[in-house]
Design a binder for this molecule. Structure first.
Ligand SMILES: *Cc1c(COP(=O)(O)O)cnc(C)c1O
Length: 468
């Protein structure tokens, strides 16, 4: 299997060559040159597999330049009962009326990003070892991504993480989770500013190509293909857990921001997994819902982006969306390139003439708002006793509108409620339960270095502590 760029300007490369890169050299995103097919016999043979073995079977279709036995070892190291709280790794939790949660948030940071990031940590270490190289990951976070990356990379010999966060602007739980890590290769840096200031510093450092090369600066952002590949696995796992018949259709509802999670569902469906609907749920930031309703993609400015009670979905542009558009336009890189140029000049593009194809690919979409989240959290809790987080609530709310009799609906649980205690208290007036391993988290000593809101200061710090 080799990888191409969505803009058509990259010579085909194997997986391990694109693993550590961000954007393709032509500014596009890496995509597999073909979509592997899985038939009913194959699916039946996978029924009894544990999560790590299922991951191996699916990932080896996309990763052909790491030996199967080696890949199996990496998957087993990533998906352990110890990291995910139980040997199931991803439990299915029934709600009511054919709707269930796909429990993707049992990992070290209690959000679905662990599903991909834990594997990424293993893949990075393996490939860097093979090359005798190192990487220094520089990132900015307002919550879930930074901690998932740090928990995945902690203790790795060939990786260091420099994570910028806005001082005092994350929840107490999120701060404690990141800052309590005490590892020589993890550097929590706080900026006296907002998330956008952190992001600006990352961009400025990365634009200094000499510095970037010298200190092997890399990223683990949501466009990384390995993250998408890892996410494909749990659609198969979910289907295998709820489908009784070989051709039984199952729908999935996905709380969406950067279009990364649901993109993996789209690939699973293209691989032949019997998925009926891919229900895309947004919050008040409805860029993607608008696209699937109208065919017009119109990213918003930072000023037009609402701060909501499902903050991990507060996005203004969907970084992974380009991969879907590439397929929609019959893999015509030149056309994709033109559309993204148009986006830069006009601020939008119009694919309304392709609207029929959205439904052919199973997509439907809806939005949710703060009142909907509170009502959904309350209603699900009162009728089933299950407590859901605000992001998952966006998914449940929109899923209800698209449920069909006889078609199981799996809503992807993207975080656990304990991460968003304020909203849970507002909805039902109780404190969300916390898994035992997080008792006393906020009282652990915290390790964090304040740095000036200035790229030069951050560079100096990296130069002192980078793994070279
Ligand atoms: C990142 C995140 C999302 C959005 O996922 P995308 O892949 O960006 O669409 C939804 N919910 C939670 C809790 C998240 O952390």
């Amino acid at each position: 299997m080799r990888y191409l760029s969505t803009r058509g300007g990259m010579t085909p490369q194997p997986f391990t060559d694109i693993l550590l890169e961000g954007l393709a050299p032509d500014g596009g995103l890496a995509v597999p040159e073909s979509i592997p097919q899985v038939d009913a016999t194959q699916l039946a043979a996978w029924r009894e597999l544990g999560y790590a073995d299922l991951a191996t079977e699916i990932l080896r279709l996309f990763i052909t330049d790491i030996e199967a036995d080696q890949l199996r070892a990496l998957c087993h190291a990533a998906y352990t009962a110890e990291s995910f709280g139980s040997p199931e790794i991803v439990p299915v939790k029934p709600l009511a009326n054919g709707m269930s949660l796909l429990g993707l948030s049992q990992g070290p940071t209690l959000a679905f990003k662990d599903m991909a990031m834990q594997l990424l940590g293993q893949l990075f270490e393996h490939v860097l070892e093979r090359r005798g190289s190192t990487i220094n990951i520089l990132g900015a976070t307002s919550g879930d991504t930074g901690s998932a990356a740090e928990y995945a990379m902690r203790g790795k010999q060939r990786v260091a993480v420099f994570m910028l966060s806005p001082a005092g602007r994350m929840s107490a739980f999120q701060r404690a989770q990141m800052y309590s890590l005490n590892e020589p290769n993890i550097h929590n840096l706080t900026i006296d500013g907002v998330f956008d200031d952190c992001q600006d510093i990352v961009k400025e450092v990365a634009s200094d190509l000499d510095f970037k090369q010298r200190y092997r600066i890399g990223a683990v952002n949501s466009i990384n293909w390995a993250r998408i590949a890892a996410q494909i696995v749990y659609y198969f796992h979910g289907w295998l857990r709820v489908a009784q018949r070989p051709d039984e259709l199952v729908s999935f509802a996905v709380p969406s921001g950067n279009f990364g999670n649901i993109l993996a569902g789209y690939y699973a469906r293209r691989m032949g997994l019997p998925i009926r609907r891919l229900v895309l749920a947004t919050n008040e930031n409805n860029v993607l819902e608008e696209f699937f309703r109208t065919g017009i993609y119109r990213p918003r400015s930072a000023a037009e982006t609402h701060a909501t009670s499902s903050p991990s979905m507060d996005i203004s542009r969907a970084s992974n969306f380009e991969r879907f558009i590439y397929d929609l336009l019959d893999r015509d890189g030149a056309r994709v390139s033109k559309l993204w140029q148009q986006l830069a000049t006009d601020g939008h593009f119009d694919l309304s003439s392709h609207r029929a194809a959205f439904a052919d690919h199973g997509f439907c979409a809806g939005t949710s708002n703060h009142a909907d989240r509170l009502a959904t959290i309350r209603q699900v809790y009162e009728s089933t006793g299950v407590l859901i987080d605000p992001h998952t609530a966006d998914g449940v709310k929109v899923a209800k509108a698209y449920q069909e009799p006889g078609v199981p609906m799996l809503v992807l649980e993207t975080a656990l409620p304990v991460k968003f205690a304020d909203t849970i208290r507002e909805a039902i007036g109780i404190e969300p339960p916390r898994p035992e391993r997080f008792e006393g988290l906020e009282s652990l000593p915290q390790h964090v270095q304040p740095v000036p809101n200035d790229a030069a200061a951050v560079k100096a710090l990296i130069a002192r502590s980078a793994r070279l």
